[in-house]
Write a protein that binds this ligand. Structure first.
Ligand code: PHE
Length: 505
C-alpha cells in the first residue's frame, strides 16, 4: 500500500508556497498596505517595508518554517520539542490566530457581501449601504457564517486535498484578477499620474519614526508571522522543499501583490475622485470610497466591483484557512478528533465569538457592545497585531536561535547545519543569518514593539487595557501549558495519518 499517500501534508513545494502565500496575502496587502504607504511618505515607506521584510520578516519566517518542518507536529509540540519548558509559546501562538479568526472572518464576511452585492442598485448599492449593512444585526452575522462555512469546507478535506488544492486554484485566480484590474485602472486617463504621485512620491520627512514602526509591523502582519501559521504549514512539508527559496518566493509574492493593489487603487482614485485621495484611510477606503469609484466607472464598474471584491474575499479566505488550520491541527493531534469534527468545532466556536464582534464593529444595538472604549474588532486587532504577534515572532527567533537542543536536531544550537540540510545554502551569508536570528532580529522586534506600544499609550491611555489583556492571555497560555500540557502527549502530524487511514478503510 502506498503509505506515503496517507500522510497528511503538502504534495508539492509549490502547493506549500501557494498556501503560505495565501495566508500572507490578505486584507493587510489589499487594504492596509496601500493607505499606509500613501499616509507615510510613499516610496520612503516602501523602502523601509522592504528592508523590514529582509531584516526581520525573512529571518523569522525561515525560523518558523524550519521549526515546523523539523518537528512535523502542531505548534505546541514543536516548541516543546525545542525545550519542554517553552511549549507555552506554542499555546500562545495557537491562541493568537484563534482570536484573529474571530474578527478577520467578520471582515471576510463583509467582502463576500460586497462581491455578491456588486450588482445591486439604488439604496442597496455598495456605495451607499455601508452603515446600513454593517449596523444591521443579522446580515453581517450571516455573511460571517457563510465565510466560515467556506473555510470549513476547504479545511475539512485535509491539507493536500483541501488547503493545497484550493490554494492552487485561488491564488493564481487572485493574481490574474489583480493584474487585470491594475492594468484597467492604470489606463483610466489623466488623473492616474496624480494618484500615483500621491501614492508613491518618496517623502522621507513624512515617513518619520511612526512610519518606520508602521512599516515594520505591517511586514510582520503581512507575512503572517509570530502566530504559529508558518510553523503549522511548515510541519506539512517534507524533504522536497527548498526552505530558503520558498520563504523568498512567499515574501516576494506578498510584496508584489501589495504594491500592485496600491497602484490599482490610487490610479483609480486619482482618475475618478482626486478629492478622496487624502481620505483614503481605514475601513472607508475599501467599503465606502472604492464602491463609489466603481459606481463612477459606469456599467463596467459593476464587473470591476465584483472582480475586486471577489479578489479581496479570496485573499481573506486563504488567510482565514491558515488561521483556523493552526487550531484544527492542534485539536486533531491533542484530542485525537477526526479532521471534520475538529474543523467544525473550531469554526463553530469562532463563529459564535465573532457575533459580538460583528455587532460591536458595525455599531448594532447603538454601539452598546464595546470594551474599554474600543470596539471589539479594534481591541482584538490591536492585541494581536501590536502586542502579541511581534512577541510571538521574537519568541520564534529566540527559541530557534538560542534554545534549540538535541531533541530537534542532532546538532545542538547549530542552526546553520540544520539550514544547510534544508537546502538553504546561504554561502557567506550563513554567519550573517545566525547573527541576525540570535541578536539583531529579536532586538529590532523588541525595540519596535516597545516603541509602538509607548506611542499608542501616549495617544490613548486606554491602550493599557489592551496590553493588560495581552499579558493576561500569555499568562493563561503559560498556566494551561504547565498545568495540562507539559507532561502529557500533545501529538504530532503522525496522529492524523493513522486517523486518515482508519477513515479510508
Ligand atoms: N497576512 C494577512 C494579511 O496580510 C493577515 C493575517 C494575519 C492572516 C495573520 C493570517 C494570520 O492580511
Amino acid at each position: 500500500m502506498a503509505q506515503e499517500k496517507k500522510k497528511n501534508g503538502f504534495a508539492s513545494a509549490i502547493g506549500f508556497i501557494l498556501a503560505a502565500a495565501g495566508s500572507a496575502v490578505g486584507l493587510g496587502n489589499l487594504w492596509a498596505f496601500p493607505y499606509k504607504v500613501s499616509a507615510n511618505g510613499g516610496a520612503a515607506f516602501v523602502l523601509v517595508y522592504i528592508a523590514s521584510i529582509l531584516l526581520i520578516g525573512l529571518i523569522a519566517m525561515i525560523a518558523e518554517i524550519l521549526l515546523g518542518k523539523r518537528s512535523q507536529a502542531n505548534t505546541v509540540t514543536a516548541f516543546k520539542k525545542i525545550h519542554p519548558k517553552i511549549g507555552w509559546i506554542g499555546v500562545a501562538m495557537i491562541a493568537i490566530p484563534f482570536l484573529i479568526t474571530c474578527y478577520y472572518s467578520v471582515l471576510g464576511g463583509w467582502t463576500l457581501r460586497y462581491a455578491v452585492n456588486s450588482f445591486a442598485t439604488g439604496d442597496n448599492a455598495n456605495a451607499l449601504s455601508f452603515s446600513s449593512f454593517t449596523s444591521n444585526a443579522f446580515k453581517p452575522v450571516l455573511f460571517t457564517f457563510l465565510f466560515l462555512a467556506l473555510t470549513a469546507i476547504i479545511i475539512k478535506s485535509g491539507v493536500k486535498s483541501g488547503i493545497e488544492k484550493a490554494s492552487k486554484v485561488l491564488m493564481p485566480t487572485l493574481f490574474l484578477i489583480l493584474v487585470a484590474i491594475t492594468i484597467f485602472c492604470l489606463c483610466l486617463g489623466e488623473g492616474v499620474t496624480k494618484g500615483l504621485n500621491y501614492y508613491l512620491n518618496p517623502n522621507f520627512a513624512e515617513l518619520g519614526f511612526d512610519g518606520v514602526l508602521a512599516a515594520m509591523s505591517q511586514a510582520f502582519y503581512s507575512l503572517s508571522l509570530g502566530m504559529g501559521i508558518m510553523v503549522c504549514y511548515g510541519s506539512y512539508t517534507g524533504n522536497q522543499m527548498n526552505l530558503g527559496k520558498s520563504a523568498v518566493m512567499i515574501s516576494v509574492f506578498d510584496t508584489i501583490i501589495a504594491l500592485l493593489c496600491g497602484l490599482a487603487i490610487f490610479s483609480a482614485l486619482g482618475a475618478l475622485d482626486p478629492d478622496s485621495l487624502t481620505k483614503a484611510q481605514g475601513p472607508s477606503l475599501l467599503f465606502v470610497i472604492l464602491p463609489k469609484i466603481f459606481q463612477e466607472m459606469g456599467g463596467i464598474g459593476t464587473i470591476v466591483s465584483f472582480l475586486f471584491f471577489a479578489m479581496v474575499a479570496i485573499a481573506a479566505l486563504t488567510s482565514v484557512i491558515s488561521l483556523v488550520e493552526v487550531s484544527a491541527q492542534f485539536a486533531i493531534q491533542k484530542f485525537k478528533l477526526n479532521r471534520i469534527k475538529a474543523t467544525l468545532t473550531v469554526c463553530l466556536v469562532c463563529f459564535l465569538l465573532s457575533i459580538p464582534v460583528t455587532w460591536s464593529v458595525g455599531g448594532a444595538f447603538d454601539g452598546a457592545i464595546s470594551v474599554f472604549g474600543f470596539d471589539l474588532l479594534t481591541f482584538l486587532d490591536e492585541m494581536t497585531n501590536t502586542v502579541l504577534m511581534p512577541l510571538g515572532a521574537m519568541g520564534s527567533c529566540i527559541a530557534m536561535g538560542w534554545l534549540l537542543d538535541k531533541k530537534i536536531t542532532a546538532n545542538p544550537m547549530k542552526t546553520l547545519e540544520t539550514l544547510r540540510e534544508e537546502g538553504l545554502s546561504l554561502g557567506k551569508l550563513e554567519k550573517v543569518y545566525v547573527v541576525m536570528l540570535k541578536y539583531v532580529t529579536p532586538l529590532i522586534i523588541f525595540f519596535m514593539d516597545i516603541m509602538g506600544i509607548i506611542t499608542k499609550i501616549r495617544v490613548n491611555p486606554s491602550y493599557w487595557w489592551i496590553i493588560g489583556a495581552s499579558l493576561f492571555l500569555i499568562g493563561l497560555a503559560v498556566a494551561v501549558y504547565f498545568l495540562f500540557l507539559k507532561n502529557t502527549e500533545t501529538g504530532t502530524n503522525a496522529d492524523e495519518q493513522i486517523d486518515n487511514a482508519k477513515e479510508q478503510e
